[in-house]
Ligand binder design. Structure first.
Ligand code: NOJ
Length: 476
Protein backbone atom coordinates (compact mmCIF):
# COMPACT_ATOMS: atom_id res chain seq x y z
CA UNK A 1 0.00 0.00 0.00
CA UNK A 2 2.87 2.37 0.83
CA UNK A 3 3.90 2.69 -2.83
CA UNK A 4 0.42 3.58 -4.05
CA UNK A 5 -0.33 7.25 -4.64
CA UNK A 6 -3.73 8.66 -3.71
CA UNK A 7 -4.54 8.66 -7.42
CA UNK A 8 -3.83 4.94 -7.69
CA UNK A 9 -6.07 4.24 -4.72
CA UNK A 10 -8.76 6.44 -6.24
CA UNK A 11 -8.70 4.27 -9.35
CA UNK A 12 -9.01 1.16 -7.26
CA UNK A 13 -11.94 2.13 -5.09
CA UNK A 14 -13.73 4.62 -7.37
CA UNK A 15 -13.20 8.39 -7.36
CA UNK A 16 -16.30 9.21 -5.31
CA UNK A 17 -14.86 7.33 -2.37
CA UNK A 18 -12.18 9.95 -1.97
CA UNK A 19 -14.40 13.00 -1.84
CA UNK A 20 -13.66 14.98 1.30
CA UNK A 21 -9.98 14.04 1.30
CA UNK A 22 -8.38 11.04 2.95
CA UNK A 23 -9.77 7.54 2.67
CA UNK A 24 -12.35 7.82 5.46
CA UNK A 25 -14.93 5.11 4.73
CA UNK A 26 -14.90 4.80 0.97
CA UNK A 27 -18.39 4.14 -0.28
CA UNK A 28 -17.14 1.41 -2.59
CA UNK A 29 -15.55 -0.44 0.31
CA UNK A 30 -18.45 0.09 2.71
CA UNK A 31 -21.10 -1.18 0.28
CA UNK A 32 -22.45 -4.45 1.66
CA UNK A 33 -21.69 -7.57 -0.34
CA UNK A 34 -24.62 -8.62 -2.49
CA UNK A 35 -26.10 -11.50 -0.55
CA UNK A 36 -29.06 -12.23 -2.76
CA UNK A 37 -30.02 -15.67 -3.99
CA UNK A 38 -30.81 -16.51 -7.61
CA UNK A 39 -34.22 -15.61 -8.97
CA UNK A 40 -36.71 -18.47 -8.46
CA UNK A 41 -34.67 -19.95 -5.62
CA UNK A 42 -36.92 -22.47 -3.84
CA UNK A 43 -37.30 -21.61 -0.16
CA UNK A 44 -38.90 -24.30 1.95
CA UNK A 45 -39.03 -26.25 5.19
CA UNK A 46 -38.70 -29.98 5.81
CA UNK A 47 -40.25 -32.60 8.09
CA UNK A 48 -40.67 -36.40 8.12
CA UNK A 49 -43.65 -38.64 8.77
CA UNK A 50 -42.66 -40.44 11.98
CA UNK A 51 -41.31 -37.23 13.50
CA UNK A 52 -44.53 -35.20 13.14
CA UNK A 53 -47.59 -37.28 12.25
CA UNK A 54 -48.63 -39.24 15.33
CA UNK A 55 -51.92 -41.13 14.69
CA UNK A 56 -49.86 -44.26 14.74
CA UNK A 57 -52.78 -46.65 14.75
CA UNK A 58 -55.21 -44.67 12.70
CA UNK A 59 -56.86 -45.33 9.34
CA UNK A 60 -55.25 -48.72 8.89
CA UNK A 61 -51.61 -47.71 9.38
CA UNK A 62 -49.32 -50.66 9.99
CA UNK A 63 -46.61 -50.50 12.63
CA UNK A 64 -43.16 -49.32 11.64
CA UNK A 65 -39.78 -50.31 13.04
CA UNK A 66 -39.73 -46.94 14.84
CA UNK A 67 -42.96 -47.79 16.69
CA UNK A 68 -41.33 -50.99 17.83
CA UNK A 69 -38.05 -49.29 18.75
CA UNK A 70 -39.56 -46.33 20.59
CA UNK A 71 -41.84 -48.66 22.55
CA UNK A 72 -38.83 -50.69 23.70
CA UNK A 73 -37.75 -49.44 27.14
CA UNK A 74 -34.39 -47.68 27.20
CA UNK A 75 -34.11 -46.96 23.49
CA UNK A 76 -35.39 -43.36 23.33
CA UNK A 77 -34.77 -40.51 25.80
CA UNK A 78 -37.53 -40.28 28.44
CA UNK A 79 -39.31 -43.21 26.79
CA UNK A 80 -40.67 -40.74 24.20
CA UNK A 81 -42.47 -42.09 21.15
CA UNK A 82 -43.97 -40.80 17.91
CA UNK A 83 -47.46 -42.04 18.89
CA UNK A 84 -48.77 -38.47 18.93
CA UNK A 85 -45.73 -36.32 18.05
CA UNK A 86 -47.01 -33.02 16.56
CA UNK A 87 -50.32 -34.65 15.63
CA UNK A 88 -49.77 -33.39 12.11
CA UNK A 89 -51.82 -36.26 10.72
CA UNK A 90 -54.82 -34.26 11.99
CA UNK A 91 -53.32 -30.78 11.92
CA UNK A 92 -51.69 -30.69 8.50
CA UNK A 93 -53.90 -27.79 7.38
CA UNK A 94 -52.67 -25.69 10.27
CA UNK A 95 -49.07 -26.70 9.49
CA UNK A 96 -49.50 -25.74 5.87
CA UNK A 97 -50.61 -22.32 7.10
CA UNK A 98 -47.35 -22.00 9.05
CA UNK A 99 -45.55 -22.47 5.73
CA UNK A 100 -47.80 -20.00 4.01
CA UNK A 101 -47.22 -17.39 6.70
CA UNK A 102 -43.48 -17.77 6.18
CA UNK A 103 -43.90 -17.16 2.47
CA UNK A 104 -42.33 -20.58 1.82
CA UNK A 105 -42.65 -21.80 -1.74
CA UNK A 106 -42.11 -25.47 -0.98
CA UNK A 107 -42.53 -28.16 1.66
CA UNK A 108 -40.53 -31.36 1.91
CA UNK A 109 -42.37 -34.07 3.84
CA UNK A 110 -42.29 -37.85 3.80
CA UNK A 111 -44.86 -40.57 3.27
CA UNK A 112 -45.18 -43.30 5.90
CA UNK A 113 -44.75 -46.50 3.91
CA UNK A 114 -46.78 -48.46 6.48
CA UNK A 115 -49.81 -46.21 5.91
CA UNK A 116 -49.79 -47.30 2.26
CA UNK A 117 -48.78 -50.93 2.72
CA UNK A 118 -49.53 -51.85 6.34
CA UNK A 119 -47.71 -55.16 5.79
CA UNK A 120 -44.90 -53.55 3.80
CA UNK A 121 -46.15 -55.02 0.53
CA UNK A 122 -49.27 -56.69 -0.84
CA UNK A 123 -52.58 -55.10 0.14
CA UNK A 124 -52.82 -51.35 -0.41
CA UNK A 125 -54.49 -49.21 2.26
CA UNK A 126 -56.51 -46.63 0.34
CA UNK A 127 -57.09 -44.53 3.45
CA UNK A 128 -53.33 -43.90 3.62
CA UNK A 129 -53.26 -42.72 0.02
CA UNK A 130 -56.31 -40.52 0.66
CA UNK A 131 -54.53 -38.83 3.52
CA UNK A 132 -51.50 -37.80 1.45
CA UNK A 133 -53.76 -36.70 -1.39
CA UNK A 134 -55.44 -34.32 1.05
CA UNK A 135 -52.08 -33.01 2.29
CA UNK A 136 -50.85 -32.44 -1.27
CA UNK A 137 -54.08 -30.78 -2.41
CA UNK A 138 -54.09 -28.44 0.56
CA UNK A 139 -50.47 -27.45 -0.10
CA UNK A 140 -51.20 -26.72 -3.73
CA UNK A 141 -54.32 -24.76 -2.84
CA UNK A 142 -52.03 -22.57 -0.72
CA UNK A 143 -49.45 -22.10 -3.45
CA UNK A 144 -46.86 -24.38 -1.82
CA UNK A 145 -45.02 -26.95 -3.94
CA UNK A 146 -44.76 -30.43 -2.39
CA UNK A 147 -41.40 -32.28 -2.45
CA UNK A 148 -42.02 -35.84 -1.31
CA UNK A 149 -39.60 -38.26 0.35
CA UNK A 150 -40.69 -41.88 0.05
CA UNK A 151 -38.59 -43.34 2.86
CA UNK A 152 -37.49 -41.40 5.92
CA UNK A 153 -36.56 -44.36 8.15
CA UNK A 154 -40.01 -45.63 9.21
CA UNK A 155 -39.89 -49.11 7.72
CA UNK A 156 -43.00 -51.31 7.91
CA UNK A 157 -42.33 -53.64 10.84
CA UNK A 158 -44.02 -56.53 9.03
CA UNK A 159 -41.28 -56.84 6.40
CA UNK A 160 -39.36 -59.98 7.34
CA UNK A 161 -35.71 -59.24 8.16
CA UNK A 162 -36.10 -55.53 7.44
CA UNK A 163 -33.09 -54.07 5.63
CA UNK A 164 -31.11 -57.26 6.21
CA UNK A 165 -33.33 -58.89 3.63
CA UNK A 166 -32.69 -58.07 -0.02
CA UNK A 167 -36.45 -58.48 -0.69
CA UNK A 168 -37.05 -55.22 1.17
CA UNK A 169 -35.44 -53.38 -1.76
CA UNK A 170 -38.00 -54.93 -4.12
CA UNK A 171 -40.84 -54.13 -1.71
CA UNK A 172 -39.65 -50.52 -1.67
CA UNK A 173 -39.69 -50.42 -5.47
CA UNK A 174 -43.32 -51.64 -5.49
CA UNK A 175 -44.27 -48.96 -2.98
CA UNK A 176 -42.31 -46.25 -4.84
CA UNK A 177 -43.91 -47.15 -8.16
CA UNK A 178 -47.39 -47.21 -6.68
CA UNK A 179 -47.02 -43.84 -4.96
CA UNK A 180 -45.43 -42.18 -8.00
CA UNK A 181 -48.43 -43.31 -10.04
CA UNK A 182 -50.81 -41.83 -7.47
CA UNK A 183 -49.18 -38.44 -6.82
CA UNK A 184 -47.12 -37.47 -9.87
CA UNK A 185 -50.03 -35.63 -11.44
CA UNK A 186 -49.39 -33.04 -8.69
CA UNK A 187 -45.97 -33.82 -7.18
CA UNK A 188 -43.10 -33.15 -9.56
CA UNK A 189 -40.13 -33.80 -7.25
CA UNK A 190 -39.72 -37.16 -5.55
CA UNK A 191 -36.87 -38.20 -3.27
CA UNK A 192 -36.44 -41.93 -2.87
CA UNK A 193 -34.57 -42.29 0.38
CA UNK A 194 -33.36 -40.09 3.20
CA UNK A 195 -29.83 -40.49 4.63
CA UNK A 196 -28.45 -43.99 4.07
CA UNK A 197 -25.99 -43.94 6.97
CA UNK A 198 -28.62 -43.37 9.65
CA UNK A 199 -30.88 -46.32 8.94
CA UNK A 200 -28.04 -48.63 7.85
CA UNK A 201 -25.07 -48.02 10.14
CA UNK A 202 -26.78 -46.30 13.06
CA UNK A 203 -29.59 -48.85 12.96
CA UNK A 204 -27.54 -51.99 12.34
CA UNK A 205 -23.97 -51.32 13.49
CA UNK A 206 -24.09 -48.69 16.23
CA UNK A 207 -27.62 -49.61 17.30
CA UNK A 208 -28.76 -46.16 18.40
CA UNK A 209 -31.53 -46.02 15.81
CA UNK A 210 -34.18 -48.58 14.84
CA UNK A 211 -33.92 -51.54 14.70
CA UNK A 212 -31.14 -51.12 17.27
CA UNK A 213 -28.82 -53.93 16.13
CA UNK A 214 -25.07 -54.32 16.39
CA UNK A 215 -24.12 -56.49 13.46
CA UNK A 216 -20.70 -57.34 12.12
CA UNK A 217 -19.08 -55.68 9.07
CA UNK A 218 -20.28 -58.23 6.54
CA UNK A 219 -23.94 -57.95 7.56
CA UNK A 220 -23.69 -54.16 7.74
CA UNK A 221 -22.32 -53.99 4.19
CA UNK A 222 -25.20 -56.17 3.11
CA UNK A 223 -27.71 -53.79 4.74
CA UNK A 224 -26.02 -50.80 3.08
CA UNK A 225 -26.17 -52.51 -0.30
CA UNK A 226 -29.86 -53.33 0.15
CA UNK A 227 -30.51 -49.67 0.96
CA UNK A 228 -28.72 -48.56 -2.22
CA UNK A 229 -30.54 -51.19 -4.24
CA UNK A 230 -33.87 -49.92 -2.90
CA UNK A 231 -32.93 -46.43 -4.06
CA UNK A 232 -31.94 -47.74 -7.51
CA UNK A 233 -34.96 -49.98 -8.04
CA UNK A 234 -37.18 -47.27 -6.56
CA UNK A 235 -35.82 -44.71 -9.02
CA UNK A 236 -36.57 -47.06 -11.91
CA UNK A 237 -40.06 -47.79 -10.57
CA UNK A 238 -40.86 -44.08 -10.20
CA UNK A 239 -39.69 -43.43 -13.76
CA UNK A 240 -41.80 -46.31 -15.04
CA UNK A 241 -45.05 -45.20 -13.43
CA UNK A 242 -44.81 -41.41 -12.96
CA UNK A 243 -46.23 -38.81 -15.29
CA UNK A 244 -43.72 -37.28 -17.73
CA UNK A 245 -41.84 -34.39 -16.18
CA UNK A 246 -41.50 -36.02 -12.76
CA UNK A 247 -38.03 -35.47 -11.33
CA UNK A 248 -36.34 -38.10 -9.14
CA UNK A 249 -33.51 -37.69 -6.67
CA UNK A 250 -32.49 -38.66 -3.16
CA UNK A 251 -31.78 -36.83 0.11
CA UNK A 252 -28.35 -37.80 1.35
CA UNK A 253 -26.29 -36.62 4.31
CA UNK A 254 -23.04 -37.01 2.43
CA UNK A 255 -19.89 -36.73 4.50
CA UNK A 256 -18.20 -33.50 3.41
CA UNK A 257 -14.80 -32.06 4.29
CA UNK A 258 -13.63 -28.49 4.71
CA UNK A 259 -10.11 -27.59 3.55
CA UNK A 260 -8.26 -26.12 6.55
CA UNK A 261 -6.94 -23.33 4.34
CA UNK A 262 -8.20 -22.40 0.89
CA UNK A 263 -5.08 -23.39 -0.99
CA UNK A 264 -5.04 -25.78 -3.98
CA UNK A 265 -3.45 -28.64 -2.04
CA UNK A 266 -5.92 -28.56 0.87
CA UNK A 267 -8.86 -28.03 -1.47
CA UNK A 268 -7.85 -31.10 -3.50
CA UNK A 269 -7.28 -33.13 -0.33
CA UNK A 270 -10.73 -32.26 1.04
CA UNK A 271 -12.40 -33.17 -2.24
CA UNK A 272 -10.68 -36.55 -2.29
CA UNK A 273 -11.66 -37.12 1.35
CA UNK A 274 -15.29 -36.53 0.40
CA UNK A 275 -15.23 -39.00 -2.48
CA UNK A 276 -13.54 -41.60 -0.25
CA UNK A 277 -15.82 -41.15 2.75
CA UNK A 278 -18.98 -41.65 0.67
CA UNK A 279 -17.67 -44.75 -1.12
CA UNK A 280 -20.46 -47.01 0.11
CA UNK A 281 -23.25 -44.50 -0.49
CA UNK A 282 -23.30 -41.35 -2.64
CA UNK A 283 -20.09 -42.15 -4.54
CA UNK A 284 -21.53 -45.54 -5.55
CA UNK A 285 -24.84 -43.95 -6.57
CA UNK A 286 -23.22 -41.19 -8.63
CA UNK A 287 -20.57 -43.40 -10.24
CA UNK A 288 -22.66 -46.58 -10.56
CA UNK A 289 -19.86 -48.53 -8.94
CA UNK A 290 -18.23 -49.00 -5.57
CA UNK A 291 -14.72 -47.51 -5.70
CA UNK A 292 -12.02 -50.20 -5.97
CA UNK A 293 -10.28 -49.09 -2.78
CA UNK A 294 -13.51 -49.70 -0.84
CA UNK A 295 -14.07 -53.19 -2.21
CA UNK A 296 -10.43 -54.07 -1.59
CA UNK A 297 -10.51 -52.74 1.96
CA UNK A 298 -13.70 -54.67 2.76
CA UNK A 299 -12.33 -57.89 1.22
CA UNK A 300 -14.48 -60.88 2.19
CA UNK A 301 -16.94 -58.53 3.93
CA UNK A 302 -17.68 -56.60 0.73
CA UNK A 303 -21.35 -56.47 -0.31
CA UNK A 304 -22.62 -59.30 -2.50
CA UNK A 305 -23.43 -57.63 -5.79
CA UNK A 306 -25.82 -59.36 -8.19
CA UNK A 307 -26.05 -58.76 -11.89
CA UNK A 308 -27.94 -55.54 -12.65
CA UNK A 309 -27.53 -54.12 -9.13
CA UNK A 310 -24.99 -51.44 -9.97
CA UNK A 311 -26.83 -50.32 -13.09
CA UNK A 312 -29.94 -49.80 -10.96
CA UNK A 313 -27.99 -48.09 -8.17
CA UNK A 314 -26.34 -45.79 -10.70
CA UNK A 315 -29.63 -44.82 -12.39
CA UNK A 316 -29.31 -41.22 -13.60
CA UNK A 317 -30.96 -38.71 -11.27
CA UNK A 318 -32.66 -35.42 -12.05
CA UNK A 319 -31.33 -33.80 -8.90
CA UNK A 320 -29.20 -34.52 -5.88
CA UNK A 321 -30.40 -33.21 -2.54
CA UNK A 322 -28.12 -33.07 0.46
CA UNK A 323 -28.80 -32.82 4.16
CA UNK A 324 -26.06 -30.61 5.47
CA UNK A 325 -25.30 -30.02 9.11
CA UNK A 326 -21.62 -30.35 9.93
CA UNK A 327 -18.27 -31.48 8.52
CA UNK A 328 -14.70 -31.87 9.76
CA UNK A 329 -11.65 -29.94 8.57
CA UNK A 330 -9.13 -31.69 6.37
CA UNK A 331 -5.46 -31.09 5.78
CA UNK A 332 -3.35 -32.33 2.88
CA UNK A 333 -0.86 -34.92 4.14
CA UNK A 334 2.00 -36.99 2.88
CA UNK A 335 0.31 -40.33 3.58
CA UNK A 336 -1.44 -43.01 1.48
CA UNK A 337 -4.81 -41.25 1.46
CA UNK A 338 -3.23 -37.86 0.84
CA UNK A 339 -4.99 -36.15 3.74
CA UNK A 340 -5.66 -36.08 7.45
CA UNK A 341 -9.12 -35.48 8.88
CA UNK A 342 -8.86 -33.24 11.94
CA UNK A 343 -11.01 -34.34 14.87
CA UNK A 344 -13.12 -31.70 16.61
CA UNK A 345 -11.62 -30.36 19.81
CA UNK A 346 -13.14 -29.36 23.13
CA UNK A 347 -13.45 -25.77 21.94
CA UNK A 348 -15.19 -26.55 18.61
CA UNK A 349 -18.53 -24.74 18.92
CA UNK A 350 -21.63 -26.92 18.80
CA UNK A 351 -25.38 -26.67 19.11
CA UNK A 352 -27.66 -28.59 21.53
CA UNK A 353 -27.12 -31.97 19.83
CA UNK A 354 -23.57 -33.03 20.77
CA UNK A 355 -22.82 -34.17 17.21
CA UNK A 356 -23.81 -30.83 15.72
CA UNK A 357 -20.54 -28.89 15.43
CA UNK A 358 -20.99 -25.44 13.98
CA UNK A 359 -19.03 -25.49 10.72
CA UNK A 360 -20.71 -23.08 8.28
CA UNK A 361 -18.04 -23.51 5.59
CA UNK A 362 -19.30 -27.08 5.18
CA UNK A 363 -22.23 -25.50 3.32
CA UNK A 364 -20.10 -23.96 0.60
CA UNK A 365 -17.67 -26.88 0.32
CA UNK A 366 -20.44 -29.48 0.33
CA UNK A 367 -22.13 -27.88 -2.66
CA UNK A 368 -18.84 -27.32 -4.45
CA UNK A 369 -17.55 -30.83 -3.82
CA UNK A 370 -20.71 -32.59 -5.04
CA UNK A 371 -20.68 -30.34 -8.11
CA UNK A 372 -17.03 -30.90 -8.94
CA UNK A 373 -17.04 -34.63 -8.23
CA UNK A 374 -20.24 -35.62 -10.02
CA UNK A 375 -21.63 -32.65 -11.90
CA UNK A 376 -25.34 -33.08 -10.99
CA UNK A 377 -27.77 -31.03 -13.06
CA UNK A 378 -29.57 -29.63 -10.04
CA UNK A 379 -28.75 -29.53 -6.34
CA UNK A 380 -30.98 -28.91 -3.36
CA UNK A 381 -30.28 -28.59 0.32
CA UNK A 382 -32.97 -30.96 1.55
CA UNK A 383 -32.11 -30.23 5.20
CA UNK A 384 -30.13 -27.72 7.22
CA UNK A 385 -30.85 -26.41 10.68
CA UNK A 386 -29.97 -26.94 14.32
CA UNK A 387 -31.15 -27.87 17.78
CA UNK A 388 -31.13 -25.23 20.51
CA UNK A 389 -32.10 -25.17 24.16
CA UNK A 390 -33.88 -21.83 24.19
CA UNK A 391 -36.77 -21.77 26.66
CA UNK A 392 -40.23 -20.50 25.78
CA UNK A 393 -40.92 -17.33 27.79
CA UNK A 394 -44.59 -16.39 27.67
CA UNK A 395 -44.87 -18.64 24.66
CA UNK A 396 -42.11 -16.82 22.76
CA UNK A 397 -38.77 -18.44 21.93
CA UNK A 398 -35.99 -15.97 21.19
CA UNK A 399 -33.65 -18.39 19.49
CA UNK A 400 -30.97 -15.92 18.48
CA UNK A 401 -28.44 -18.75 18.47
CA UNK A 402 -30.44 -20.58 15.77
CA UNK A 403 -30.52 -17.36 13.75
CA UNK A 404 -26.75 -17.13 14.17
CA UNK A 405 -26.34 -20.70 12.93
CA UNK A 406 -28.69 -20.29 9.96
CA UNK A 407 -27.28 -16.92 8.93
CA UNK A 408 -23.77 -18.31 8.82
CA UNK A 409 -24.70 -21.42 6.83
CA UNK A 410 -26.92 -19.51 4.42
CA UNK A 411 -24.05 -17.10 3.80
CA UNK A 412 -21.99 -20.03 2.60
CA UNK A 413 -24.78 -21.46 0.46
CA UNK A 414 -25.17 -17.99 -1.05
CA UNK A 415 -21.47 -17.99 -1.88
CA UNK A 416 -21.99 -21.29 -3.74
CA UNK A 417 -24.85 -19.86 -5.79
CA UNK A 418 -22.90 -16.66 -6.52
CA UNK A 419 -20.06 -18.79 -7.89
CA UNK A 420 -22.48 -20.54 -10.22
CA UNK A 421 -22.95 -23.95 -8.57
CA UNK A 422 -26.42 -25.31 -9.47
CA UNK A 423 -28.05 -24.99 -6.04
CA UNK A 424 -31.73 -24.36 -6.70
CA UNK A 425 -33.39 -24.54 -3.30
CA UNK A 426 -33.11 -24.83 0.47
CA UNK A 427 -35.31 -26.71 2.95
CA UNK A 428 -34.86 -25.64 6.54
CA UNK A 429 -34.98 -28.44 9.12
CA UNK A 430 -37.40 -28.11 10.61
CA UNK A 431 -40.76 -26.42 10.19
CA UNK A 432 -41.54 -27.18 13.84
CA UNK A 433 -40.19 -28.90 16.93
CA UNK A 434 -40.65 -32.65 16.57
CA UNK A 435 -39.61 -36.17 17.57
CA UNK A 436 -35.84 -36.22 17.22
CA UNK A 437 -35.38 -40.02 17.01
CA UNK A 438 -33.43 -41.51 19.92
CA UNK A 439 -33.30 -38.07 21.55
CA UNK A 440 -37.10 -37.98 21.71
CA UNK A 441 -38.32 -34.46 22.44
CA UNK A 442 -35.15 -33.39 24.22
CA UNK A 443 -33.49 -31.91 21.11
CA UNK A 444 -35.63 -29.43 19.23
CA UNK A 445 -34.92 -28.25 15.68
CA UNK A 446 -38.09 -26.28 14.87
CA UNK A 447 -38.48 -22.66 13.85
CA UNK A 448 -41.96 -23.02 15.32
CA UNK A 449 -42.28 -23.96 18.95
CA UNK A 450 -44.72 -26.79 19.65
CA UNK A 451 -46.30 -27.10 23.07
CA UNK A 452 -46.65 -30.89 23.10
CA UNK A 453 -49.39 -30.72 25.77
CA UNK A 454 -51.69 -28.43 23.83
CA UNK A 455 -50.21 -28.85 20.31
CA UNK A 456 -50.10 -25.07 20.02
CA UNK A 457 -47.57 -23.89 17.41
CA UNK A 458 -45.83 -20.54 17.94
CA UNK A 459 -43.32 -18.95 15.57
CA UNK A 460 -39.88 -18.50 17.11
CA UNK A 461 -37.61 -15.54 16.42
CA UNK A 462 -35.95 -17.72 13.75
CA UNK A 463 -39.27 -18.02 11.89
CA UNK A 464 -39.52 -14.21 11.70
CA UNK A 465 -35.93 -14.08 10.47
CA UNK A 466 -36.43 -16.80 7.86
CA UNK A 467 -39.58 -15.08 6.64
CA UNK A 468 -37.55 -11.93 6.02
CA UNK A 469 -34.86 -13.90 4.14
CA UNK A 470 -37.56 -15.40 1.93
CA UNK A 471 -39.21 -12.01 1.37
CA UNK A 472 -35.96 -10.39 0.29
CA UNK A 473 -34.59 -13.50 -1.44
CA UNK A 474 -31.38 -12.46 0.26
CA UNK A 475 -29.52 -13.04 3.47
CA UNK A 476 -30.59 -10.68 6.22
C1 NOJ B 1 -31.43 -35.58 9.54
C2 NOJ B 1 -32.68 -36.40 9.52
O1 NOJ B 1 -33.07 -36.63 8.20
C3 NOJ B 1 -33.81 -35.81 10.34
O2 NOJ B 1 -34.80 -36.78 10.44
C4 NOJ B 1 -33.28 -35.37 11.68
O3 NOJ B 1 -34.28 -34.93 12.53
C5 NOJ B 1 -32.26 -34.26 11.44
N1 NOJ B 1 -31.16 -34.82 10.70
C6 NOJ B 1 -31.68 -33.67 12.73
O4 NOJ B 1 -30.96 -34.63 13.40
Amino acid sequence: MADLSRRDIGKLVGASALVGGGLGTPAALAAPRDQSFPKDFVWGCATASYQIEGAYREDGRGLSNWDVFSHTPGKVANGDTGDVACDSYHRYREDNQLLKNLGARAYRFSIAWSRIFPEGRGTVNQRGIDHYNRVIDDLLANGITPYVTLFHWDLPAALPGGWQNRDTAYAFADYAGLMAGKISDRVKDIMTINEFLCFTDLGHKVGTKAPGLRLGPREVNHVRHNGLLAHGLGTQAVRASAKPGTRVGLAENAAFHIPVIETPEHIAAAKKATRDANAMFLTAVMEGKYPDFYLEAEGANAPKIQSGDMAAIGSPLDFVAINLYTAPYVQAADNKAGYTVLPPTATSPRMASPWLRVTPEAAYWGIRQVSELWNPKVLYVSENGCSTDDPAVNGMVNDADRVMYLRNYLGQFQRATAEGYPLKGYFLWSLMDNFEWEDGYTKLFGIHHVDFKTQKRTPKLSAAWYKEVIRRNALV
